[in-house]
Ligand binder design. Structure first.
Ligand SMILES: *Cc1c(COP(=O)(O)O)cnc(C)c1O
Length: 404
């Protein structure tokens, strides 16, 4: 029995099987992780777009260790310096506004939804329009906001007030809104929905529509935020300003933290007692987030995401014509999807055998979201492994010097 088999047996007995894990990972450094049996992998999953500064970045580790030894948690009944410094930092990056802190992406979206209703209800508006194929989380309200029935089935009744429009289709959004619509919630790049970037025209059109109709424009930046698409937040690519947006995943480099940033219009809608979180914004998580932001700035990771994303995308687009099962390569920065016309699972298994971890996005999309400080040589190494795995999938024999 390998170490993985032992772990797998114990999981089967005691862990509720909401997931079906394959590898047993025990150590990470930068863009590499190691399994319990000592095998190394290039990590293009990055904890599902969480490790934007790489695994165990020394500056993040030091900040966590220092804060853990000083003060981990006190509750929001008391001022906490780390939280106020983090809020000021996020406000500056967003171009203004105030923050609320929680522990996850779903919770951050719940806060956006509650904020929109609290703002809208006095005007008779409570409806939220979201996009088909969106993903906003697994709590009941964020699940209702998620425009994919496969996640919702069996959990009815879902909270009311949600309707869905087609992504990148302004006419569809126009048709979905009415005088009861309080907000539109959208991802700048759909993640779980297949790595689909919004067009700049769509986002600009949404902004104009929302302003015209007095509707809030909310962005879910949980996956595409924190530098991943080449800007701090995905909406900045289109030059639009949201009324509020959510963050989580990469914000704390893996220490659970979620946040919303609300523009001045919404910054004081929540008043004491209207919303809360016991752990939200605790010193430990905020210290991890502050160190993460500092690393993104010091290592210029927004720029590097744009450059490295172009290198990866160019490499994939160059190999695509050789492989008939690739129908599209798309994405923004280091959030890239390879659309296949066959299930992606065998390709993922084959890449794991070769020493590379990747993610699916739905049944047929290979999702690549490596750390933003991934090195050019590591991207080339990954491209070689993807090339080999695709050749195998297509039954093509590569010449021996294929990866030379
Ligand atoms: C992952 C994700 C969420 C949910 O975040 P959790 O931390 O798992 O609750 C919400 N929205 C988007 C876009 C995500 O990618």
């Amino acid at each position: 029995m390998t170490a993985r088999d032992t772990l797998s047996a114990q999981y089967k007995k005691f862990v509720i099987p909401t997931y079906a894990p394959t590898l047993a990972l025990v150590k990470g450094r930068g863009a590499r992780v190691w399994d319990a049996d000592g095998k190394a992998y290039l990590d293009f999953a990055a904890g599902i777009a969480v490790q934007n500064v790489g695994h165990c970045h020394p500056k993040v580790v030091a900040a966590i260790q220092e804060q853990a030894a000083r003060l981990v948690h006190v509750s929001n009944l008391y001022y906490n310096e780390k939280q106020s410094v983090l809020a000021a930092k996020l406000s500056a990056l967003a171009g203004g506004g105030k923050c609320f802190f929680c522990n996850s992406g779903a919770e951050a979206n719940e806060a956006l939804i509650k904020l929109a209703r609290l703002w809208g209800n006095p005007q008779g508006k409570s409806g939220i329009v979201t996009m088909v194929n969106s993903f906003h989380g697994r709590t009941l309200a964020s699940l209702a906001a998620t425009g994919q029935t496969k996640y919702q089935q069996g959990f009815e009744p879902l909270p009311e007030g949600f309707s869905y429009a087609e992504y990148n289709n302004l006419d569809s959004v126009r048709a979905a809104i009415n005088d009861k619509t309080a907000a539109i919630l959208v991802e700048a790049v759909q993640g779980e929905g297949g790595v689909v970037p919004a067009t700049d025209e769509f986002l600009k059109g949404l902004r104009a529509l929302c302003t015209e109709k007095n509707i809030l424009l909310l962005f879910d930046e949980v996956q595409c935020g924190m530098g991943r698409t080449g800007t701090w937040f995905g909406f900045q690519n289109a030059g639009v300003t949201p009324d509020a947006f959510s963050l989580a995943k990469a914000l704390g480099s893996g220490i659970p933290i979620g946040a919303i940033v609300a523009s001045p219009l919404l910054a004081d809608v929540f008043q004491p007692g209207k919303h809360a979180s016991t752990f939200g914004g605790q010193p430990l998580a905020c210290a991890a987030a502050l160190a993460t932001i500092a690393v993104i700035e010091e290592e210029k990771l927004t720029e590097r995401a744009a450059q490295s994303g172009a290198r990866l995308m160019d490499g994939l687009r160059a190999m695509a014509p050789r492989y008939s099962h690739i129908t599209e390569v798309r994405g923004r920065g280091l959030m890239i999807g390879v659309l296949l016309d066959v299930p992606v699972k065998p390709l993922i298994q084959s890449l794991a055998e070769k020493g590379m971890i990747v993610l699916p996005a739905g049944e047929t999309v290979l999702r690549l979201v490596p750390p933003l400080n991934i090195k050019p040589a590591e991207i080339d190494e990954a491209l070689d492994m993807i090339n080999e795995a695709l050749a195998e999938l297509h039954g093509i024999e590569l010449p021996d010097d294929a990866d030379a």
